[in-house]
Write a protein that binds this ligand. Sequence first.
Ligand code: 13P
Length: 251
Amino acid sequence: MSRKTIVAGNWKMNKTPAETSEFIKELLPEIKDSKNVLIAAVPFVDLPAALEAAKGSNLKIAAQNMHWKESGAYTGEVSGAMLKSMDVPYVILGHSERREYFADTDETVNLKAKAALSYGITPIICCGETLQQRKDGIMQSWIEGQIEGALKDITAEQVAGLIIAYEPIWAIGTGETATSEQAEEVCGIIRKKVAALYDDATAEAVHIQYGGSVKPSNSNEIFSMPNIDGGLIGGASLKVADFAALAAYEC
Ligand code: 13P
C-alpha cells in the first residue's frame, strides 16, 4: 500500500502572524526526521508568515477555506486564485464548523473542491455525523451522501490525489475521541463509497484522515488502522510538543 500518513494541524481561529512564525521556527527542528506528510492549516492572515517560516522544510501549509469564484463582490472571502498566487498547496473544505456557522453545504463544498483542483490546490474535504445522527442509525447514509455530494463531477484521477477527513462532530474539541474501531469503520465506509462511485484503484489511492480529539496518547492506535491515513488535528496541533509527537508517528 503506497498511501502515506498525513498529519495535518488545523489551527482554526488561533495565532497571530508573529505567533505563527515563532511556532513554526520552534516546530521545524522537532519534526525534521518525520516520515509523514506534515501540514499546518492556518488562518488566512497567517499564510504569508507560515509559508515564509516553513520554506524549504517538510512542513506544508494549508488554508482553512476558500471561495469557488475567482474574484468578485464577495466581501470577506478569499479565492483559490489568491491562494494559488501564494503557492498554498492545500485547503481544508467543508469543516463541520464552517457547515454549522457559515452555511457551507455539500453543494458549496463541491464547488470549492472543483475550484481548488482547477488551481492545483489539494482539497482536504471534511465529513462527519452528529451524535444524534449516529444514535438514529443514519450515520452511514449521511456520510455516504456527504461524500457523493462533495465529489460530484470530480474525476477519478482527481479523487485519487485528494484527502478526505472523517471528523465525527461529537468528537471535535470535546475530548471524546471515536475509538479506533469506530474511526476505522467509517473510514472504511468512505473508502467503499469511493470504490462504488469510481473504482477500486481510486479508493485505494485516496487518503482518508480521522479528526476529533486526536492527541499523542491516542494517535498511534488510530493512525495504524488500515483505512486511516493520518489525522486532522485541532487542539493538540497548537502545542509544539504535541504536534511534534504526532508527526513522529511511524507505521
Ligand atoms: P480537535 O482535535 O480539537 O478535536 O479538533 C478536530 C478538528 O476539528 C480538526 O479539524
